[in-house]
Write a protein that binds this ligand. Structure first.
Ligand code: TXA
Ligand code: MG
Length: 325
């Protein structure tokens, strides 16, 4: 059962309480409805991918009530400060380096050292985010492969029974997703056109680059450029045994031979495995030099439900580096 909550003081408090506790709550912004999860809870973030039946772990946008809260979690430079001043709250998402102590789930960044952040302008979204008092990771609140929802009824039609609640924030004004701008490199790059135009951005920070669809790292959707996290150690997939110089990324009871093991899920729970995926890869990679490890061996993960997204990421991480970076 999915609750449809009215945007009263009580409804907002209820929605925020559910989200803080780890449940999925959809809410309206000025662009489209987002499917929100407590961004500091890896399991809750993994649940987003289950609910949307998204076969890939794309990094997600984290929503905050104001720029001050944003810049506690990511590192702002002068460009970010100027753009925040000009367009927040509003339909602009900035990709910035995570702070070392950033509490946001690795899964929300898909293992990358960057985080996409935005401050929505919708007054109810603002109240909701204040009440949540945690960053809210939220992709558009629609099943994978369907169009983005702009009313609570659209969300119900697509996700009813799969999420805890929808906070009815009325119809969205913009109806088009936010603009995504990558500021994690010296050259600012437009990753996705959206509510705030390129010209508006250039008027504030000068010329920006456009993500090239020709690039080997370009994902399926046009106008989006995605890099993928890959560990430094080479990876070997579908391992049914391991050697002592290999780190083992285990799924279920570990196979024989490994001494260094990170367990994705002892009980073979795919949501738990998804929540642990990037944590495990980072951790094994970090232990590599001290233990003279030569490789990460990965046990097979069933190619169903969230397992498809896990396998998608593992195969990208295992791909030749010039293609995967
Ligand atoms: O208007 C919007 O942006 C809506 C509302 C709910 O805020 N959200 C939304 O989220 O459209 P989603 O997940 O559908 O799109 C997020 C976009 C994707 O293109 C993703 O690849 C990009 O942002 N993105 C997120 N984090 C990133 C990162 N660390 N590096 C590069 N791109 C990133
Ligand atoms: Mg979307």
């Amino acid at each position: 059962m999915t609750d449809l909550l009215l945007a009263t003081e009580r409804g907002i408090a209820r929605a925020a309480g559910m989200l803080r506790a780890g449940a999925l709550v959809a809410f309206g912004t000025e662009t489209v409805y987002g499917l929100g999860a407590n961004a500091t809870n890896e399991r809750a973030v993994a649940g987003i991918f289950t609910a949307k039946q998204r076969p890939q772990f794309n990094p997600l946008i984290c929503h905050y009530p104001n720029a001050f809260a944003v810049f506690e979690h990511v590192i702002a430079d002068a460009r970010a400060e100027k753009l925040a001043q000009a367009f927040w709250p509003g339909a602009l998402t900035l990709v910035l380096p995570r702070r070392p102590n950033c509490p946001v789930a690795q899964l929300a960044s898909a293992g990358l050292p960057t985080l996409a952040v935005r401050v929505p302008a919708h007054p109810i979204a603002q109240e909701f985010l204040q009440a949540c008092a945690v960053p809210v990771a939220a992709p558009s609140a629609n099943p994978s492969g369907t169009i983005s929802p702009t009313t609570a009824q659209h969300v119900m039609a697509g996700l009813s029974g799969r999420i805890a609640a929808v906070l009815d924030c009325g119809a969205c004004d913009v109806g088009l997703e936010s603009t995504v701008l990558d500021l994690s490199t010296e050259q600012a790059t437009l990753l996705r056109p959206g509510g705030v135009t390129r010209e508006q951005i250039e008027a504030v920070i000068g010329p920006i680059a456009l993500a090239s669809a020709e690039d080997a790292t370009a994902p399926r959707s046009p106008g989006m450029l995605l890099s993928h996290y890959a560990p430094k150690l080479p990876m070997r997939l579908n391992a049914t045994s391991a050697t002592p110089d290999e780190a083992l990324l285990a799924f279920g009871p570990p196979c024989a031979g490994a001494e260094t093991i990170f367990q994705l899920s002892q009980t073979e729970n795919l949501t738990e495995a998804a929540a642990n995926l990037f944590i495990g890869l980072h951790e094994l990679d970090a232990r590599g030099p001290a233990l003279s490890l030569t490789r990460i061996a990965v046990m097979p993960v069933p190619d169903q439900d969230l397992g498809r997204a896990i396998n998608d990421r593992l195969s990208r991480a295992a791909a030749p580096r010039e293609l995967s970076q």
